[in-house]
Structures are given as C-alpha cells and as structure tokens.
Design a protein around this ligand. Structure first.
Ligand code: ACO
Length: 151
C-alpha cells in the first residue's frame, strides 16, 4: 500500500465539497453541468440515504482546501453467487495538475478496500485503452469487452 503524499487527506464525500471544487475535478472525465447548490444536495442526499450502495471518496489538498481527486464504488446486489455483491468502480478523476502523484492509485486502493470490506466477490470497472496500464498497476486484469447504448 502506498501512502498519500504529506498535506493530502482522503475521506468520504461531504456536502461542503460542493464549495471545495468536487464537481470541477469531475470535469477531467466528461461534461458535468452547472449544478446549483440545491441540485448538488439533491444528489448528495440520495447517495447519503443509500450509503450501503454508494461510497464516494475524495482526496483534498489541505493547504488549498480543495478537492483534487475523487472516485466512487457502487455495490450491486445479485442473485448469482448466492446473493453475491459486485463492486463497480466509477468516475475516477484526478485534477490535471495533480496527476502522477499516486493520488489515483490511492483512490483505487481505498475503493478496493471498501469493496472487500463490504463483501464483494469482485470489483470491476470500464476504462479506455489509454488507462489500461494505470489499472494494471492498481492490480486489475483485462477481461471481456464493454458494450454501450446511448439514449
Ligand atoms: N499510462 C501508463 N501508466 C500510467 C498511466 C497511463 N495513462 N496513468 C498512470 N500510470 C501509472 C503511473 O505512472 C504510476 O506508475 P508507477 O507506480 O510505476 O509510478 C501508476 O500508474 C499510478 O499512477 P498515479 O500517479 O496514481 O495516477 P494519477 O494520480 O495520475 O491517476 C488517472 C490516474 C485517474 C487515470 C488520472 O490520470 C486521471 O484522472 N485521468 C483523467 C480522467 C480519467 O481518465 N479517469 C479514469 C476514467 S475510468 C473510470 O473512471 C473507471
């Protein structure tokens, strides 16, 4: 397990991460949209109410009080594997100027730990070809093929 660099803190998503740039970090992934505080809270409160299913974590740069890395694991209940649980890692993002400091690795390690603690029999994710080496370094192996249908 690698450690966080000094001056960074990893914790669960908080409501006031809205002010601390949480949504800005996600912009490295895709279009996020301009959430009002109320729109952010709607989603935050849903995730909080379903915190047996959604675990979103952040890494903050303490000196700037800004979120710089984020990630989520969604725990899915299945009938197969005798009511088994599968962890789905989603929306991993590290601020452009903070990449390469092992923050992404640390986010993935923490999400894998949550998945294992929750009793998931596997943790899976979809990613681009470009990110395959990163996830291999995080202990994942390539399996199957992703399919998508956009509405
Ligand atoms: N190609 C090869 N190696 C890589 C790459 C890459 N694209 N990215 C990271 N690595 C390696 C690093 O060199 C490091 O290796 P080392 O241990 O030998 O030094 C190791 O992987 C860990 O790298 P980190 O420093 O933890 O990576 P970083 O903090 O930059 O996070 C991430 C990687 C999340 C891909 C980040 O660059 C990012 O946010 N990119 C844009 C958004 C994105 O693509 N997110 C992932 C979407 S997939 C999903 O969400 C499920």
């Amino acid at each position: 397990q690698s450690l966080l660099p000094p001056g960074y803190t990893l914790r669960a998503l908080r409501s006031n991460d809205y002010e601390r740039g949480f949504l800005k970090v996600l912009e490295v992934l895709t279009e996020v949209g301009n959430h009002s505080r109320q729109e952010f809270d709607e989603q935050f409160n849903y995730l909080k109410k379903h915190n047996h299913q959604y675990h979103t974590i952040t890494i903050t740069e303490d000196a700037k009080n800004q979120v710089v890395a984020v990630g989520t694991i969604l725990v899915e209940r299945k009938f197969v594997h005798k009511n088994g649980l599968v962890g789905h890692i989603e929306d991993i993002a590290v601020n452009g100027n903070q990449q390469g400091k092992k923050l992404g690795l640390r986010i993935i390690q923490a999400l894998k730990y949550i998945g294992a603690k929750r009793g998931c029999y596997k943790v899976i994710l979809d990613c681009s070809e470009k990110n395959v080496p990163f996830y291999q370094k995080c202990g994942f192996t390539q399996k199957e093929v992703e399919m998508a249908w956009y509405v």
